[in-house]
Design a protein around this ligand. Structure first.
Ligand SMILES: Nc1ncnc2c1ncn2[C@@H]1O[C@H](COP(=O)(O)OP(=O)(O)OP(=O)(O)O)[C@@H](O)[C@H]1O
Length: 292
């Protein structure tokens, strides 16, 4: 697989993706509370950003905005400094669910991105082979998706997106349907792909441990309206040992931030909707930003 140089200092580089005062309302959704409100976020080239937050907080919506799949109500997304108006092949998206074409083999699925760009097989077969070897799927290249395990399917999905060398790869809960062991193997796989290709990655996950293991910059989206309520930058010395004291302290901190947000939402609900056990709970607010 072709590799690209990672900028010496990602944080110093101009953002590859930038959200500026991003607000999103869906037609039919509450006019008073947008799904996302005034989100500002810079993603540096080569960065790995992980997005956490409680369910329904707007994480997937933010990812779709970052990929140009939906348009913001206010504000804008800049891609290489230019307003993003539509999807582009330079930004790939990997979903939680299997989106492989069942009538194509593994290698045909991986080559599909080239084919739709008008390339002939002889023009991309070398890249496809390289990617197959990189992701350990060369022996399975002639199999169809229904002959693959869940983990293999997700590896093919990631390989298909990476093969066409996007500048940015957006991943929406790609491993959530997998068991713990497989999930850990694929986390390591994704970390290797990131390190080898210098592709900028933005990953949405419910799993705080996964966010810390993979991320350089971790953000938490609060609910109603969706907005960034916490940013932790560990790019200088990423935490890779899930049992280290610092790792566990950061995990506890982020879980507290998410839990406090959930409790605030519960208290703000009309009394008829609030669970009785939460109406008298005292909320202790976490620190506004984590320190290491
Ligand atoms: N196309 C749409 N039309 C109307 N409402 C939508 C649409 N897409 C998402 N929403 C609403 O926006 C809110 C945020 O949804 P989103 O999927 O972004 O949350 P999320 O944080 O990714 O949730 P989860 O973690 O459960 O996947 C939800 O209330 C959802 O119902």
């Amino acid at each position: 697989m072709a590799t690209r140089d990672r900028p010496a200092s990602p944080l110093a580089a101009a953002p590859i993706l930038a959200c500026q005062a991003l607000t999103k309302r869906f037609s039919g959704s509450s006019p008073s509370v947008p799904i996302l409100a005034d989100v500002n976020l810079d993603v540096a080239p080569g960065d790995f950003v992980t997005i956490l937050g409680q369910s329904g907080g707007g994480k997937s919506t933010l990812l779709k905005l970052l990929g140009g799949f939906i348009a913001p109500t206010h504000g804008q997304v800049l891609f290489h400094g230019v307003p993003l108006k539509a999807i582009t092949p330079k930004i790939g998206l990997v979903f939680q669910e299997n989106t492989l074409y069942p009538w194509l083999t593994v290698e045909q699925n991986i080559g599909f991105g080239f084919k739709v760009r008008g390339k002939k097989p002889h023009q991309y077969q070398v890249q496809v082979r390289e990617v197959l070897e990189q992701v350990g799927l060369f022996p399975a290249r002639k199999l169809y998706p229904q002959q693959l395990s869940g983990g293999m399917k997700q590896r093919v999905s990631i390989a298909r997106s990476i093969a066409v060398q996007p500048d940015v790869l957006l991943l929406d809960e790609p491993f959530s349907a997998l068991d713990v062991q497989l999930r850990r193997r694929l986390q390591a796989f994704l970390a290797t792909i990131w390190a080898d290709t210098a592709t900028t990655m933005v990953l949405v996950t419910h799993n705080v441990e996964e966010a810390i293991l993979l991320g350089q910059k971790l953000i938490v989206i609060g609910d109603k309206p969706g907005r960034i309520i916490e940013t932790v930058d560990i790019s200088a010395a990423p935490f890779r040992d899930r049992y280290a004291a610092q790792f566990l302290a950061l995990q506890r901190h982020l879980e507290n931030v998410i839990e406090a947000d959930a409790q605030t939402q519960a208290l703000n609900r009309p009394p008829s909707e609030a669970p009785p056990s939460l109406t008298s709970t005292k909320i202790s607010r976490p620190h506004s930003s984590a320190t290491r």
